[in-house]
Design a protein around this ligand. Structure first.
Ligand SMILES: NC(=O)c1ccc[n+]([C@@H]2O[C@H](COP(=O)([O-])OP(=O)(O)OC[C@H]3O[C@@H](n4cnc5c(N)ncnc54)[C@H](O)[C@@H]3O)[C@@H](O)[C@H]2O)c1
Ligand SMILES: [Zn+2]
Length: 387
């Protein structure tokens, strides 16, 4: 059946405030009591103070849950649920990178489930959810998706539920000024991975392609500038918008094999999410290029960026060369062996890694479904490199 005859949906949810000073919008809500979900880094870098200053001035009472750790685990979410049930805030503010926002989503989801045991489900109300990202980033401020790691098995569990979509997102570039260069590079590569994977995914649609392509353009224009000068707020604002746009795109279209591999190697080798995505992305694009439709879409995306295919190269190979060049310019490792990971157990865990990557939910929308053998070959390249 033609796609024209298929009814499909596309939803854009949060109210987005952006630009320098947008943090002050927090005062407009007139809440009495809020909970802030955040991590130690936000306290250390003075970002929590920037939020509490606005709340103090507006006379809002707040409680702080700052137990979030990178790549959030189920035990921290459980602690957060207890905090919510005790404090009963009108609003929940997630301040931080994807880890703080995903933890807040997990807290909302499990608090809601818990309340439904005792109350008529119709009566259960969630707090107003405000996401304030401090990385650019995961795009978690505009997705109804979260990744929580099961503390017992170490497996990353993707949760997807409309109640986890923030009601409001605030993108104030001053909040991402303090991100160190290495983290700017890694989180920026996460944005690029979201944008490109959503563009070629089997769930892509006219709306998602539009957001993906603009996000890719903004990353190509601004990421290196942010890496070179952490105080370049114009480029940082541009990356923040790219991150949000890529989030809107993949929330509708889905992701692909780079994320399936990133979740797997990230959990095994304790890598930051963006770095794991960056390492996987070139190998996945090179592999997806075998698929005619994916190759066509990489070509369309290049065209939208105003870039010509390299002489004698396919569109996917042109993308791979561009991405490898960008990664090298930001001193990012091109394989696990070049990263700080201890990969001495790779041969031992290889078959488990293949199984986990094959089972990851994000693989479902990859343009090509790999065999276990192909996945093993791609993982070998991700581990030992070729570029
Ligand atoms: N829900 C989604 O849609 C989605 C998408 C992609 C990734 N994720 C998840 O997001 C998490 C990764 O998030 P992330 O890459 O934003 O990093 P993060 O939230 O894990 O933060 C990493 C570190 O950077 C620090 N940091 C954050 N902002 C800073 C700032 N402005 N200045 C200085 N330091 C700062 C934090 O304190 C932390 O120590 C992973 O758990 C990943 O699975 C979620
Ligand atoms: Zn990601």
């Amino acid at each position: 059946m033609s796609k024209m005859n298929t009814v499909r949906g596309f939803q854009v949810k949060p109210q987005i405030w952006y630009g320098i000073g947008s943090l002050k919008k927090l005062a407009d809500f007139h809440f009495n009591k809020v909970c802030i979900v955040t991590d130690e880094g936000m306290v250390k870098f003075g970002l929590l103070d920037m939020v509490t200053d606005v709340l103090d001035e507006a006379g809002v009472t707040y409680h702080i849950f700052d137990d979030v750790k990178p790549n959030p685990t189920s035990d921290i979410v459980e602690k957060g649920v207890a905090h919510m049930l005790t404090q009963r805030p009108q609003a929940l503010i997630a301040l931080g990178g994807g880890s703080s926002i995903d933890t807040a989503k997990g807290i909302i989801y499990y608090t809601n489930n818990f309340k439904q045991i005792f109350l008529d489900p119709q009566l259960v109300q969630n707090p107003h959810f405000i996401a304030i990202p401090t990385t650019a980033g995961t795009g978690s401020e505009v997705t109804d998706y979260a990744v929580i790691t099961d503390v017992d098995t170490g497996t990353k569990i993707p949760l997807s539920e409309s109640m986890m979509m923030p009601d409001t997102a605030i993108l104030d570039p001053t909040l991402i000024e303090s991100v160190p260069a290495g983290a700017t590079a890694a989180t920026g590569m996460d944005v690029l991975t979201h944008a490109i994977e959503a563009y070629v995914s089997t769930g892509n649609n006219p709306f998602s392609r539009c957001y993906s392509s603009k996000a890719t353009e903004l990353v190509c224009k601004s990421l290196k500038a942010c890496y070179d000068d952490g105080h370049d707020l114009e480029s940082k604002a541009s990356m923040q918008i790219a991150s949000t746009m890529a989030g809107i795109a993949f929330n509708s279209a889905g992701l692909g094999m780079a994320h399936a591999i990133a979740h797997t190697i990230g959990a095994q080798y304790h890598l930051p999410h963006g770095l794991a995505c960056a390492i996987a992305l070139p190998y996945v694009i090179a592999y997806n290029g075998i698929d005619e439709r994916a190759e066509y879409l990489y070509g369309r995306l290049l065209h939208a960026l105003g870039i010509h295919k390299d002489e004698g190269r396919t569109a996917s190979a042109t993308f791979v060369r561009m991405i490898v060049k960008l990664m090298k310019s930001m001193d990012l490792p091109l394989c696990l062996d070049e990263s700080r990971s201890d990969t001495s157990d790779y041969d031992e865990v290889r078959s488990t890694l293949i199984k986990k990557a094959m089972a990851d939910a994000t693989l479902k929308t990859n343009p090509v479904q790999p065999s276990e053998e192909d996945m093993g070959k791609i993982l070998d390249l991700v581990c030992h490199g070729v570029f």
